[in-house]
Design a protein around this ligand. Structure first.
Ligand code: GLV
Ligand code: MN
Ligand code: MN
Length: 410
């Protein structure tokens, strides 16, 4: 039974059909969370799951669960899943692969009339990306208890729209309580989004760890004044201060190698007029490291820099930590199921850690979890040109099928 394989053409076609929702000119996807396009993608997923004979439920934060019963339905389900939302310049695979690989597992079990001991579920987690509403991984975070439902429903996007209202508007404010429940094992299949599998010519990444992250909002307040009449020493230039901070974020990452990452990806300049000295800048900072001690050191370095910046450049700096999660060690049992799945199908594999945030990192709070990575072209993701080979997509899904079957019949 371990050796049944998925239908690769069907999986690929489903990925390409889903990619039409929010398709961009450069071949990627823009399907921001809780938009009409997110609704369209969710509706299609629900339709496909119902056609595969599953029961679909939605929880209070919009997470979707498609369930295929087993022989013993009182056993905790063996679950897989990921997300359908994308970055503004996102690709066709980040998140979507994990969701549709899960659906393909359900369809394959159906094709082969496989009855598992435990029930099997596929999940779609709300707002994994954290682009429209920060922070990321909100749906899995509420279920894990990292965030309260109330605080998440009250989040606003850049236009002041409420998360809770948008969730209702697209019809995915469900009734199932968004809280921890027993899960026998959780697997998330995902493109690696980095360069290592490709460089090492390995098909499967056996993910043993998720790196830690710290996110901040920064507000720099200076003073607007005339670009032609304000002498340089008399300026309170918020953007010039922001430039120093951006440099510092890069320096912090570069001096904490290997593995440290530091990014400023969001910046708003006020009043954004070429001949007025910028009076205010709001910006984001994203720091990551797989070792929590080093991540804390990076955090201190950022704080010290922000404390000293005002005296140097005549501005006020407000640094607000908005999100932290420590590195996550995945479950040995699930890691072994993934490694064994790769061996069963004869795929080359290596151990690897996750650089990106993933819903599996929050599910690991209360259930045994791990992830399956496959290579992506040139390691590029969060980009419309993000690409993965069909053969690797199929391999990742076959490993997912094997790992889920092993756990569902354990
Ligand atoms: C999500 O994709 C993240 O890692 O920021
Ligand atoms: Mn993702
Ligand atoms: Mn992503």
């Amino acid at each position: 039974m371990k050796h049944i394989t998925i239908n690769g053409d069907r999986l690929w076609q489903s990925l390409m059909t889903m990619a039409k929702i929010g398709a961009t000119e450069k071949g990627g996807c823009c399907r921001l969370t809780l938009t009409d396009l997110d609704k369209e993608a969710r509706d299609l997923f629900v339709q496909w799951c119902e056609e595969a004979g599953c029961t679909v439920t939605v929880d209070q934060v919009g997470n979707i669960f498609a369930r295929r019963p087993g022989r013993h339905n009182d056993l905790p389900p063996i679950m897989t899943g990921s997300h359908l939302d994308t970055q503004p310049t996102g690709g066709k695979f980040d998140g979507v692969f994990g969701v549709l690989a899960g659906l393909e597992v359900l369809r394959t079990l159906q094709d082969h009339n496989v009855e598992t001991k435990a029930p099997v579920e596929v999940s779609v987690w709300t707002n994994e990306e954290g682009s429209r509403f920060a922070p990321a991984m909100m749906g899995s975070g509420v279920v894990a208890g990292r965030f309260t439902l109330e605080e998440i429903l009250a989040k606003t996007d850049i236009d002041g729209k409420l998360f809770g209202e948008e969730l209702k508007r697209i019809g995915y404010a469900g009734e199932l309580p968004a809280r921890q429940r027993p899960i026998g094992a959780f697997f998330e299949a995902h493109i690696e989004q980095g360069p290592y599998l490709e460089a090492e010519k390995k098909t499967i990444g056996v993910v043993n760890k998720g790196q830690g992250q710290r996110w901040y909002d920064v507000t720099i307040t200076g003073r607007e004044s005339h670009a032609g009449t304000t002498p340089m020493p008399l300026r309170h230039d918020a953007l010039a201060a922001a430039a120093r901070l951006i440099n510092q974020v890069e320096r912090i990452a570069n001096t904490n190698q290997p593995h440290a990452c530091g990014t400023v990806g969001f910046l708003q300049v006020h009043p954004n007029s070429r001949n007025t000295i910028p009076g205010q800048v709001t910006m984001s900072v994203d720091l990551r490291h797989p070792d929590d001690t080093i991540l804390s050191k990076m955090d201190r370095e950022l704080k010290v820099f922000c404390e000293h910046l005002p005296a140097e450049v005549n501005v006020e700096v407000k640094l607000e930590p908005i999100w932290y999660y420590a590195p996550v060690i995945f479950s040995e049992q699930c890691i072994n199921a993934v490694r064994e799945g790769a061996r069963t199908h004869g795929y080359s594999h290596m151990d690897i850690f996750a650089g990106a945030g993933h819903d599996a990192c929050y599910i690991a709070d209360f259930a045994p979890a791990s992830m399956i990575f496959i290579p992506c072209e040139n390691g590029i993701s969060h980009n419309e040109i993000e690409n993965a080979e069909a053969a690797d997509i199929i391999a990742g899904c076959n490993v997912l099928l094997s790992a889920m079957l092993e756990r569902a019949n354990a």
